[in-house]
Write a protein that binds this ligand. Structure first.
Ligand code: CA
Length: 233
């Protein structure tokens, strides 16, 4: 596999260096930008495979840069958000960021999310394309055959409605990534759907009743407060 390049836009030098060290250790080439302007220049110049983007930045802030990058490219964007600032996560995802980690984060978490995002973006037909034929997703006894439109739990067939199936497949394919209700509505019901975000909640509840050992204390499809839902395994 060719070396992949990650651009890190972060003005706090110790965080930047820690991220650089850990990503280089994982075999990535790392470019660093201490402010938003430089981040924009480097993205245009070096066409990185992924951008790690802090929100509070001198010159151009992370939201503004995210907005510009989204207009210009499909590069995956991982946002660094501050603890307790739920609004940052929502705005970041709405602006087109692909995922986020909340400060203070562990380097292990960051590396896992970077790796997941890069894996998703490497699918031949593009990052938001449907999965390849006969792709079977399998996590902790839960098996979803996207092509065959069937699911099994611990080897037993798991009947579900088409929309439940699509929701489960979407979340599983993007394990570790949070989706807002609006994003889920768009993906599953289409842009034209004039719907209520609670539709998503209802489908998540039905899914939980089928796949969670304790539906009232979900561990597979978790609720991210102020954001939406994430499949954790
Ligand atoms: Ca900062």
């Amino acid at each position: 596999m060719p070396e992949q390049t990650v651009l890190v836009v972060e003005d706090e030098e110790n965080i930047l260096e820690a991220i650089r060290y850990n990503l280089e250790h994982e075999g990535y080439r790392v470019l660093a930008a201490p402010d938003g302007e430089e981040g924009l220049t480097l993205t245009r110049q070096d066409n990185p495979d992924l951008v790690v983007l802090d929100i509070m930045l001198p010159q151009l802030d992370g939201f503004e840069l995210c907005r510009i990058l989204r207009r210009e490219s499909d590069v995956p964007i991982l946002m660094l958000t501050a603890k307790g600032e739920e609004i940052d996560r929502v705005v970041g995802l709405e602006l087109g960021a692909d995922d986020y980690v909340t400060k203070p984060f562990s380097m292990r978490e960051l590396v896992v999310r970077v790796r997941n995002l890069l894996r998703r973006s490497r699918t031949p037909a593009g990052r938001d394309s449907p999965p390849a034929p006969s792709s079977v997703l399998s996590v902790n006894g839960l098996e979803v055959d996207v092509d065959g439109h069937s699911a099994r739990l611990d080897g037993q067939p798991l009947p579900m409605k088409p929309r439940e199936f699509s929701l489960l497949a979407l979340l599983m394919e993007n394990m570790g990534r949070a989706f807002t209700r609006e994003q889920i509505l768009e993906r599953l019901w289409g842009y034209d759907y004039i719907g209520d975000a609670r539709t998503v909640d209802v489908h998540v509840r039905w899914l939980r009743e089928k796949i969670e050992p304790v539906p009232g204390r979900p561990r597979r499809i978790v609720t991210i407060r102020g954001v939406g839902y994430r499949f954790d395994g």
